[in-house]
Design a protein. Sequence first.
Length: 404
Amino acid sequence: MPIYIWKGRDSKSGIVSGELTAENEAAVIEALRKRNIIVSSVRNKPKDLMNMSFGAAKVATKDISIFTRQFATMINAGLPLVQCLEILGSQNDKPAMRKVIEQIKTDVEGGSTLAEAMKRQKSTFNELYINMAAAGEAGGILDNILNRLAIYLEKNEALVGKVKRSMIMPVILISVCIGAAAILLIFVIPIFEKMFAGMGAKLPGPTLFVVALSKFLQKWIIAIIVVVIGAVVGIQKWYKTDKGQLFLDTWMLKIPVLGDLQQKSAIARFARTLGTLLSSGVAIMDALEITAKTAGNRVVSDAIMFARKSIGGGETISGPLKTMKIFPPMVVQMVAVGEATGGLDEMLNKIADFYDEEVDGAVEGLTAAMEPIIMVVLGLGIGGMVVAMYLPIFSMTSAMMGSK
């Protein structure tokens, strides 16, 4: 929605002004009239040139988590909603987050509910957050809902952090391996080649192969870089399509060790999200749809939507999940028990806690498996090239010793 800059006059402070997000000018005037403000002018806010060129600054998940925790504490202390937002906005040291809070405050003052104001900030607050805020406002338990949201965001961030950390060491080792091999082939091997050419020695097969590889890389290095960049960009674009996303997400789950980590983190997120939504009073059909959108894996998302469709036909959640290979029998059984006892939200949170611990084990397993493999490849690749270049020297040394 567009942002409007307005000026007007009220009965208390005289001339007032501000910004308001609305569908059109008429909506701005109507919202201000409810606040007893006589509008003198309304105009579109000009777009920031920096934002047009480089895009608006994104709000980090950690900042949203901190805001939610502080917001919940202040609401629980009995402070009015607008005052909470005013304090949080003035005290926030992150410009992007402060701007979002101030806009929400302006919209709430203009007559919008908190959920409606957050919905206008879709780049910051996802559907899960907005729906839970709406449920909290409707039930008069906004502080409890915000507390649950804060816990959910903190645990979800911790889960994502674990997965990211598991990939740091392999990426570093692979980068070092590729970089070292490229330096040897482009800069070091040619020096050896000139030296051997001057000696007129016959080169063994391994040395000839390394020299040929060096010449190929020197000639085609730019083309290789372009192809790699093009492949990365192409895969990213393909992943945005339905077929590409489904294929790549399915393939990721089949990779040894890494696939196990992907599966466990997806199940943990599914259980945590659905459990949080259900315990907050969100309807089961809406909760499943939101959970599917935030699953992080297309295979899991499709499984959840299949379960949602089945529930619409009168079935249980556990029944459809049982047919999906992505969900282990233990998860299906616990969901079935939760449905039978009426404590599905609690059971889902227990599943999430269990799989959070499983992710820890999977991260350790991935690290333990990847490091020795990469080190062996690094040793064989770099070491093999070094040995290949020294073979002629060893041969000449042996010949000279034999002639004596």
